[in-house]
Design a protein around this ligand. Sequence first.
Ligand code: PCA
Length: 205
Amino acid sequence: MKKSILITGFTPFGGEHINPSYEAIKYLPDEIDAYKIIKQEIDTAFNLSKDQLIKTIEDYKPNAVILVGQAGGAKNMRIERIAININDATIKDNNDFMPIDQLIIENGPDAIFSTLPVRKIVDNLLDDGIPAIVSNSAGTYVCNHLMYHLLYYLKQNNINIPAGFIHVPYIFSQVTEKTDTYATDLYAITRTLDIAIKTIIKEAL
Ligand code: PCA
C-alpha cells in the first residue's frame, strides 16, 4: 500500500455553519513529499466519531494520523500534547448526547501523550510567522474524546505511528456577528496543516 497520512476534520457543531478544521483540510494537496494525504470528515458526535476513525485506519493503514478540530476563541494554533480520560460536555453533540463526568475508557490510563513531534511543529509554525503553542488541554468534549480513543487504540494494538491532535481558531466568516472574538483566515490553517505534515514526515517518519 502506498505511504499515506490520514488527516481528519469535524462537521460543524454548536450552531456554526462550517467547521474550519475540515474546510482547511479540503485545500491540502492529495500528496505531500510522496505521502498520499487521506482526508476524512468526522461527525462531531461522541458515539460515532471513534468508529468512523478506526475504520479508516484499518482500511488504509496510514503511516501517521493527525486529527484537527475547531477551538472557538483560541488565538493560536494549538498543538495538543495530551488527551485525558474524561468526557464532560457543556453542550450537546450533533447526536443530542451530552455526557458529564464520564470516563472515556473504564480502567484506561488517566492521560495519554500525543506521539507527534509537538514542540518541533510549534517551532516550525512560529518560524513561518503563524501563532502556535503547545497546548496542555484538548478540553473534555468530542475532540479530546477522539484523541484519547486514537492514542489508546494505537497503543492497544502496538501500532507505532505518530498520532495526535491540532486545534485551530475560528475563521473570519464565523465571527462577523461575534464581537471581540479572535479569528484567522482559512489559508493560515491550511498552511499550518501543511507545515505540520512536513514536520512529521521529516522528524518522525
Ligand atoms: N471541536 C470540538 C469538537 C469538534 C470540533 O471541531 C472540540 O474541541 O471538542
